[in-house]
Design a protein around this ligand. Sequence first.
Ligand code: CDP
Length: 228
Amino acid sequence: MKKKITIAIDGFAACGKSTLAKDLAKALGYTFIDTGAMYRAVAFYCLEHQLISEDGILNTEQIDAALPLISIELSSDQKVWLNQKDVTQEIRTPKVAGIVSKIASIKAVRIKLVEQQQAMGSQGGIVMDGRDIASVVFPKAELKLFVRASDEVRTQRRLAELQAKGESMSEADVLANLKSRDLQDSTREESPLIQVPEAIVLDTSSHTRESQLEWALEIANQLLEEKE
Ligand code: CDP
């Protein structure tokens, strides 16, 4: 039987990480874990329970105290469950996007989610995407990819996703949110987004969904052959 490896995919907002991770996991028969969805679920909980104001003022003490009350599950049909409630749609709104990076900068939040992510991937056979997967969650992952895309492509992709869900946001606001999250994510004190030196970089700007999968699958299969 083929050995199962751990694949870590990191990158900036809306660069196509999750699409690639999902497709790669399906092709290899691995589990896909979208860690961004977990941070978004915590952010949604904080909004619902007024632990953060709409203009982004955090009540860190209350958030720390609420963490034991927050349970997040990702089901194999890609649904996101917060305390047994399906929040798959709710976590993708501009409101959540507006505050999630603040929530993700809280140390206690990261400790809780990273622990859960490490447990989810402890048996290998996973493709996990996020910001700190190769650097913090699975520093020993056999394959590390860093995904990039131009601002223009990222903006158009996110706009199309939002429009498909009936959300309205201007192009300028979408780009401003992406840039602001990139800055917060890569400059925060706790496990900032970094490109680890051993990561293989993929710019998805001029790739189709199929061609980026083909590219990644070739690398993964080569690695798997070497390991046999
Ligand atoms: O899909 P998109 O690129 O917009 O972002 P996401 O992957 O859903 O992640 C949402 C936010 O969660 C990011 O902007 C980060 O602030 C945070 N995040 C993180 O800090 N660490 C991760 N491993 C994943 C996401």
